[in-house]
Design a protein around this ligand. Structure first.
Ligand code: SF4
Ligand SMILES: [Zn+2]
Length: 507
């Protein structure tokens, strides 16, 4: 009998129930559940996952932006670059000279970061990350413009009842301007999603839903303990003792739901802003790089139905203990990858890199392998060039030369001359000069060596050929690789990088 333990990854065994799982579902929890129910379970099991410098860096940066936004609201100013604002609020007269001005603003924002960090000693932000927060605060000061009268909340928590649960989320900045709402979210990491991915992203939709249909909440002093976090109880012999206040859970304050504010909104702009990066707008002014999406009330109602379904799924999983794991890019944000039931190689390595060291090792490996693969490919191509122009491989694939027509813009000093083209078009439009299309757009042909999957007809035509022999050759290569790996395991030695990834070309 084999001692191999079989694991069906589609129906994993149930997990132990978590005691005290709150019926309020946060935005972060639901975002995790939306992509992988198991990660939602791990998120609750570890109360949000391990703390980390990046997380604290994000929290500190958010507190800094909050402070800066509130300063603007109080002063009824649009931007940190308004001379009256910097003078009144920070006693700073911004110089004309751009370099001096930049230095002045940098030192002003560095002071703000320092103050906020001192107010929050619970945040552990090492020097290198502090430097990043300072740079981002400087970018914020020169790249953010707000309209104070439209601001409806800064770091404002919202609650919405959906499918028998309270859904909560904290919006970094929300605005209301007539029938248009806005929810902004700051992201302090280096990653910026593609526009398509951003538009599909769960977070923006949920924040928009909270603004349109939810209720803002506010914390007020707890009546039961008058904010003292404990109440005094008198015992049998008239002895009094302090006991923790159960009304506020020793927080000293309780949440109060305020009336909804988004009833009149017809459309909502969601944005993610990346304070690491600045970009120049058409009018020459700077702003933080950002992604945005527009959502209508109808779209949000559809989303609400998706949310109801998701919540029902999560509730069901809590009852049965069955939390399936589904991998993807989201594994990078998994609260406990080491407890993921999917082996890393079956997750396509998603989330396998979790430290600078590993990232660095993986980058070197990918570099070396990429180089080797490119060289082997060159050899395959050379061979094909001398033997009929194609290489048949695998069950249904072929690599072959394919020529195609290509067009490119005229080059200047090795680069496409877009500026030259723009000028020529402008001169043609404005001065009536002749525009020579063939001068600017070069047509040529390229001969590339490409992979292609064979059609059913091509495969059928091949059947009476030497297909059997080819298949067995392909399998021999594959299993030879496996045998090398098994052998290393039997010998009790670690696999070298080459062995682990089958790095040697099979010849
Ligand atoms: S590593 Fe990925 S697949 Fe595994 S639990 Fe975490 S998010 Fe889910
Ligand atoms: Zn209390």
């Amino acid at each position: 009998m084999s001692d191999l333990e079989r694991l069906n990854l589609k129906t994993l065994p149930p997990v132990p129930a978590i005691v005290g799982w709150s019926d309020r579902y946060s935005q972060t929890l639901l975002k995790k559940a939306d992509t992988c129910l198991r990660s939602a379970y791990l998120y609750v099991k570890y109360s949000g996952g391990t703390p980390g410098h990046q997380l604290d860096r994000g929290s500190l940066a958010h507190l800094v932006y909050k402070r800066m936004t509130e300063d603007l609201i109080v002063a009824d100013a649009e931007s940190y670059l308004e001379p009256e604002f910097t003078q009144d609020q920070h006693g700073l007269l911004i110089e004309e000279d751009p370099e001096t001005a930049a230095r002045q603003i940098a030192s002003m924002t560095a002071t703000i970061v320092d103050e906020v960090a001192r107010e929050h000693p619970e945040l552990v932000v090492p020097h290198a990350e502090m430097e990043a927060v300072r740079i981002m605060a400087y970018h914020w000061a020169i790249g953010v413009k707000v309209d104070p009268v439209t601001i409806a909340g800064v770091e404002r928590k919202f609650i919405l009842d959906v499918a028998g649960h309270e859904i909560s989320g904290i919006v970094d900045l929300c605005t209301i301007d007539g029938i248009t709402g806005g929810v902004d979210d700051y992201k302090t990491s280096w990653n910026r999603p593609e526009q398509d991915d951003y538009e599909k992203g769960f977070q923006g939709w949920l924040y928009a839903l909270l603004l349109a249909f939810g209720q803002p909440v506010e914390r007020v002093a707890c009546d039961a303990c008058s904010g003292k976090r404990h109440v005094v109880q008198v015992g049998p012999e008239n002895q009094s003792a302090e006991v923790p206040c159960s009304t506020c859970g020793e927080r000293g304050s309780v949440e109060v739901r305020l009336p909804a504010i988004g009833g009149g909104l017809q459309r909502i702009r969601t944005r993610e802003l990346y304070p690491r990066f600045l970009e120049t707008q058409a009018d020459g002014t700077l702003r933080l790089q950002q992604r945005e999406n527009w959502l209508t009330r109808t779209q949000l109602q559809d989303f609400r139905r998706d949310l109801e379904r998701l919540i029902a799924q999560l509730d069901g999983a809590r009852e049965t203990g069955l939390f399936p794991a589904v991998d993807g890019g989201h594994c990078n944000e998994c609260p406990a990858r080491s407890e993921c039931p999917l082996p890393a190689h079956l997750r396509s390595w998603h989330g396998a890199i979790d430290s600078e060291e590993k990232a660095s090792e993986a980058a070197s490996w990918a570099d070396v392998m990429g180089d080797r693969v490119a060289k082997v490919n060159d050899e395959v191509k050379r061979w094909a060039g001398e033997h009929g122009g194609r290489v048949r491989y695998g069950a249904d694939k072929v690599k072959e030369f394919k020529s195609s027509q290509s067009r490119s813009v005229r080059k200047s000093q090795g680069k496409a001359d877009w500026e030259g083209l723009k000028t020529a078009v402008a001169r043609a439009a404005e001065l009536g000069e002749e525009f020579d299309f063939d001068y600017w757009v070069k047509t040529g042909s390229t001969n590339s060596f490409r992979k292609r999957v064979l059609s059913a007809e091509e495969l059928a035509a091949e059947m009476d050929g030497d297909a059997d022999e080819r298949m067995s050759r392909a399998y021999a290569v594959k299993w030879g690789d496996q045998i090398r790996k098994d052998q290393a395991k039997e010998d009790g030695r670690d696999l070298s990088l080459d062995e682990r990834f089958g790095a040697l070309p099979p010849f």
